[in-house]
Design a protein around this ligand. Structure first.
Ligand code: ADP
Ligand code: MG
Length: 386
């Protein structure tokens, strides 16, 4: 198998005519459970995957930032002295935004050297596996080392989030960066989005003979961002009418009162958040007490809640989940923000190929675009590779 770390060193040499100072990488992620809970100050439980964005970096003797990526023909060039979030756009807003955000978290950008960066990745872009957090986290750990900023991984997650919020302009939470930076082999990152307390929890899928299959539907809905905003607004309305600062302050005992107080649609949105938070906690507890084969029902229930209460699924995702469930999966759910993207299924290893064939067949029968299915393994987070 070719190693993209060799490719990236060669590409860096072709780009600059010299060897890089080092090579760093960071993974994409899959969210195992906990959807739309992050901005309600609730719980999420993603894991880092074995698809990575790799960067080769070398310091310069001037103040220029020069960034190239196998992803694009464009070479991005920027001066450290006029690095502001408003000046950034396109794909290079991710890496350059991280350089700017490091300054917001204490790096002395007036005193650091410019750098050349070459980027390669095998994280599919826009498939819901957070290629954005992978690029942000890889650049964050590399610059943190080379510029000797000394920030810990939790703070680097905030740096990546700030780059995405302010330089890219996407109002996302901190889940993706936390998974990409804090992930460990065979483990997930259980994150409390209120305290930002993160715990690495062993998943043990491989040892239990299980695989996680991602089914990328390739569906991209125009109203994904509108739908996201509407769901956020419903959650805020529900919290306001129930007199709490966020839905995190409610649990299943509050459901009868919520049903009496709220209109039907807002109630169902709120019920998804309350029950989803509980399912994340139950998943962590079940893993510890009974092991990974016992979490399938929680994944199934999470999907039903997103389909019926939060209403963010689409027919392709429902089909992927149903076909997985009737072809050996212990549990399956759509993952990510919804209105398209990917589903995941927890599958005994011996059923993986059967399930892939069944999914392809069912999608063809329904006249849907052929999906891409592949196995992901819970893997180590961002690191220096060489
Ligand atoms: P995802 O679900 O993959 O995170 P996003 O839209 O959040 O989708 O982020 C994808 C964007 O991140 C790309 O359009 C590009 O601008 C940037 N990006 C991701 N990976 C790379 C890469 N290897 N090189 C350059 N830009 C990248
Ligand atoms: Mg993203």
């Amino acid at each position: 198998m070719t190693d993209i770390r060799d490719d990236v060193a060669d590409a860096f040499f072709a780009f600059t005519g010299r060897e890089p100072d080092g090579i760093w990488s960071a993974p994409g992620r899959v969210n195992l459970i906990g959807e739309h809970t992050d901005y309600n100050e609730g719980f999420v439980f993603p894991f880092a995957i074995d698809r990575r964005t790799v960067i080769a970096l070398g310091a310069r003797d001037d103040r220029k930032l020069r960034i190239a990526s196998a992803f694009s023909e464009e070479l991005a060039e920027h001066d450290l002295d006029d690095l502001t979030p408003d000046a950034l756009s396109g794909w290079s807003a991710y890496p350059l935004g991280v350089a700017w955000a490091l300054g917001q978290f204490g790096a002395d950008l007036a005193a650091v050297p410019g750098v050349d960066i070459f980027i390669e990745s095998d994280v599919p872009v826009g498939a819901g596996l957070s290629s954005s957090a992978a690029i942000e986290s890889a650049v964050a750990v590399a610059l943190n080392d080379v510029w000797q900023v000394g920030l810990d991984l939790e703070t680097l997650a905030k740096v990546g989030q700030k780059a995405e919020n302010d330089a890219v302009g996407a109002p996302t939470g901190i889940m993706d960066q936390s998974a990409s930076l804090l992930g460990q082999t065979d483990s997930g990152v259980f994150l409390d989005c209120r305290s930002l307390d993160a715990q690495v929890i062993r998943l043990g899928f491989a040892e239990a003979g299980l695989a996680v299959v991602v089914i990328d539907t390739h569906v991209e809905h125009e109203h994904a961002s509108g739908g996201y905003r509407e769901r956020r607004a419903s959650c805020e309305k529900g919290a306001r009418e129930l007199g709490v600062s966020s839905l995190r302050d409610l649990d299943e005992d509050d459901l009868p009162r919520a049903q009496q107080t709220l209109d039907d649609e807002t109630f169902r949105r709120v019920r998804h958040i309350i029950t989803e938070n509980q399912r994340v906690l139950d998943t962590v507890r079940t893993l510890r007490e009974l092991g990974p084969r016992a979490i399938g029902d929680l994944l199934d229930a999470s999907h039903r809640s997103m389909r019926d209460d939060f209403e963010i699924s689409v027919p392709e995702l429902d089909l992927a989940v149903e076909v997985a469930q009737s072809n050996g999966a212990l549990g399956a759910r759509m993952t990510g923000g919804g209105f398209g993207g990917s589903a995941i299924a927890l599958v005994p290893l011996e059923s993986v190929s059967l399930l892939q064939v069944a999914i392809d067949g069912a999608f063809a029968e329904h006249g849907f675009t052929a999906p891409t299915t592949f196995v992901v393994r819970p893997s180590i987070g961002a690191q220096r590779d060489r």
